[in-house]
Design a protein around this ligand. Structure first.
Ligand code: MTE
Ligand code: MO
Length: 364
């Protein structure tokens, strides 16, 4: 008898948003560990939970078709046998993370800063699987397909990757997360891992990938979805007159995960700040911290990591000099010298808002 997979993780410590399915973000203090525990990892669904009639995860079938010499189909157990299994640690961030800071507000889930997490993913390289199907010279883009649908029955999400990213060594078909079988809520049995690309490119419950001779035009690939205007737009500007490009990179960002903003300090006490910094394609180079609302900045300590796609720990210690509120701001830089803006940059869907994270601590 086939059984249907249902959500079973305890996500009760997350902040959930209204809707037909679970969309929930992580309170920032729960993002303090280097690897986000699965029960604390944010969840984003464009549709309702899919019905997956499954005996077991290893029987999940995955097909490659489209612009290939040979279309092929595997069970998950066969993918594990046929291809090298690799693990990497990577940040998964929704393109809409930080959307709630936009003024005026825009449509879409009003994420604060917790639509992000960092986990260890295990799977096979997408490029190995595609190579086995002999891509045709015309192939330039992937099209990802999954069984989840909107409440109205439409395909919930079908996004893709430019071939250079599908063929990059870090792009995986993953079946494990934090060394446990990939849970249903995070796209198990099988999902795409595309480090550095927005979460929307990390297709969950993926059962088919087609190669295409053009940019994919599936659900949420068109119009304003997961696209940014070529030049800054003001809320009153006519979006129809503007060129929008598919988001293929995530901007540099940092979050403060300790202490939580409720902390009260005594005058003279040390102010110990810690958090994480990451970026998409371009690595992080530094984090600066201000404890006077942005008037002066000091360089934070920044840990190194061998894991190219993981977030990096930063730490900074100051002193609570005088009674009253102090505003702490963290600002990360990438190796191209780009940094987080001090205030939010508006765009019609509120994507990639990497404005600096600020917390206010009370000194008594
Ligand atoms: N099939 C499918 N895959 C999907 C989505 C979806 O709605 N359906 N949402 C995407 C988006 S927008 C994000 S941010 C990530 C979230 O992954 P998570 O729920 O594991 O945190 O999944 C992506 N993959
Ligand atoms: Mo997302």
């Amino acid at each position: 008898m086939a059984r249907t997979i249902t959500p079973s993780l305890n996500k009760s410590r997350l902040v959930a948003y209204e809707g037909a399915t679970l969309n929930a973000e992580t309170p920032l203090h729960l993002l303090d560990p280097a690897l986000t525990p699965i029960e604390h990892f944010f969840v984003r669904n464009n549709g309702v939970w899919p019905d997956l009639p499954m005996e077991d995860a290893d029987a999940w079938t995955f097909t490659v078709g489209g612009s290939v010499e040979r279309s092929r189909r595997w069970q998950l157990s066969e993918l594990k046998e046929d291809f090298e299994i690799v693990s990497l640690t990577a940040v998964l961030e929704c393109a809409g993370n930080g959307r709630a800071m936009l003024d005026p507000p825009v449509e879409g889930v009003a994420w604060g800063l917790g639509a992000v997490g960092c986990a260890r993913f295990t799977g096979v390289r997408l490029r190995d699987v595609l190579s086995a199907c002999e891509p045709l010279p015309e192939a330039v883009y992937t099209a990802h397909h999954s069984p989840d649908r909107t409440a109205g029955g439409a395909v919930a999400l079908s996004r893709g990757l430019p071939l250079w990213k599908a063929a990059a060594p870090e792009t995986l078909l993953a079946f494990a997360m934090n060394d446990a079988p990939l849970p249903f809520e995070h796209g198990g049995p099988l999902r795409v891992i595309a480090p550095g690309f927005p979460g929307s490119a990390w297709q969950k419950w993926v059962d088919r990938i087609d190669l295409r001779d053009r940019v994919h035009d599936g659900a949420k690939m068109n119009g304003l979805d997961y696209r940014l205007p070529e030049r800054p737009l003001a809320p009153d500007d006519d979006a129809a007159q503007t060129q929008f490009n598919v988001i293929e990179d995530m901007p540099v960002r940092s979050i403060i995960t300790a202490p939580s903003a409720q902390l009260r300090l005594h005058v003279g006490a040390p102010v110990d700040i810690a958090g994480w910094a990451w970026a998409g394609r371009i690595p992080v180079s530094a984090v600066h911290v201000s404890s006077d609302g942005g008037r002066s900045w000091e360089r934070a300590e920044l840990d190194s990591t061998e894991e190219r796609w993981a977030w990096r720990r930063f730490r900074w210690t100051g002193v609570a000099n005088a009674p009253g509120p102090i505003e702490i701001i963290a600002r990360a830089f990438d190796v191209l010298g780009r940094s987080q803006p001090l205030s939010s940059q508006w765009n019609p869907r509120g994507y990639c808002n990497n404005a600096c994270h600020r917390i206010v601590l009370g000194v008594i």
